[in-house]
Design a protein around this ligand. Structure first.
Ligand code: GLN
Length: 246
C-alpha cells in the first residue's frame, strides 16, 4: 500500500470506530415486546410506556449492559414473536401456561397474578357459581380468555382487544362481567364508577418473562439478573412504586 492509501485506511477505520462509539455500537439491544394496556404492569403515560414490567426490564437490561427497546404489540402476537426471534423477551404480565411453554421458555416468576371477576355493583352475579350462561368479557388471547372459554363455552365469551374495552362493554351492559387479572381489574374499577370485583378468585397464576426456546444463554442471564434484583430489594421497590400497600 502506498502511504496515502494507508492514511486513508487508517482514517476510515477511525471514523468507523467513532461512529460506533457515538451510537453505542458496543452495547447490544434487548428488544422487549409488550402490550401497554395493562396497568400497573404496562401502560402509557405522557406518551411513554411505563409500569412494573417496563422498569423491571430496564433494570435487567442495565445488568446485561444492554439498551432496552420496547415494542408495543397485540398481546396475542407476543409469544409467536419471541419464539421466532423477532423480539428477545416478552414481558407483559404474562402467565406461565402449558400451551405457551410449547413455543417459548419462561424465566423464573417475578409476580403472582389472580384472575378475578368484575361485575356491576348491583349485579346478580355474586360468586363463580353464578357465571354459568352469563356473557363474559375477556381480553383476547389472555389466560382469562383461554380458561373461561374452556369452563363456560365459546358461545358465552366476548373477546376484546383491550381489557379496558371489555370494561366499557360491561359499563354499557353489553356483557355481564369481565374476567381479567387482579391488578388491571383494580385500576379499571377505580376509574369507572359502579363496578366491583368479586371476592372469589378464578385462577392464581405466575407471571414470568418469555424467551425463545433456543436462547438458553439469554434465559440464564435474565434469571441471574432477576435473582439479583430480588436479592437487592430492587424488584420489590419497583412493585411498591406501582402497587402501593393497601
Ligand atoms: N396474565 C394474563 C395472560 O398472561 C394477561 C396478560 C395481559 O393481558 N397482558 O394471559
Amino acid at each position: 500500500m502506498k502511504l496515502f492509501q494507508k492514511l486513508l485506511a487508517a482514517g476510515m477505520a477511525l471514523t468507523m470506530l467513532l461512529a460506533m462509539t457515538a451510537c453505542g455500537g458496543s452495547k447490544g439491544t434487548l428488544v422487549m415486546a409488550t402490550n401497554a394496556t395493562f396497568p400497573p404492569y404496562e401502560f402509557i403515560e405522557d406518551g411513554k410506556i411505563v409500569g412494573i414490567d417496563a422498569e423491571m426490564a430496564a433494570a435487567i437490561a442495565e445488568k446485561l449492559n444492554m439498551t432496552l427497546e420496547i415494542e408495543d404489540v397485540e398481546f396475542g402476537s407476543i409469544v409467536g414473536g419471541v419464539a421466532s426471534g423477532k423480539y428477545d423477551i416478552g414481558v407483559a404480565g404474562m402467565t406461565v401456561d402449558p400451551d405457551r411453554l410449547e413455543s417459548v421458555n419462561f424465566s423464573e416468576s417475578y409476580a403472582t397474578g389472580v384472575q378475578v371477576v368484575i361485575v356491576k355493583e348491583d349485579s346478580a352475579i355474586q360468586s363463580l357459581d353464578d357465571l354459568e350462561g352469563k356473557k363474559i368479557g375477556v381480553q383476547q388471547d389472555t389466560t382469562g380468555d383461554i380458561y373461561s372459554t374452556d369452563d363456560f363455552g365459546e358461545e358465552n365469551i366476548v373477546r376484546y382487544n383491550k381489557g379496558a374495552d371489555a370494561v366499557q362493554a360491561l359499563v354499557s351492559d353489553k356483557i355481564d362481567c369481565v374476567i381479567i387479572d387482579n391488578e388491571p381489574a383494580k385500576s379499571f374499577v377505580q376509574n369507572n364508577a359502579g363496578l366491583k370485583i368479586l371476592d372469589s378468585e378464578y385462577a392464581v397464576e405466575d407471571y414470568a418473562i418469555a424467551i425463545a426456546k433456543d436462547n438458553d444463554e439469554l434465559l440464564k442471564k435474565v434469571n441471574d439478573a432477576l435473582a439479583e434484583l430480588k436479592a437487592e430489594g430492587k424488584l420489590q421497590e419497583i412493585i411498591d412504586k406501582y402497587i402501593p400497600a393497601e
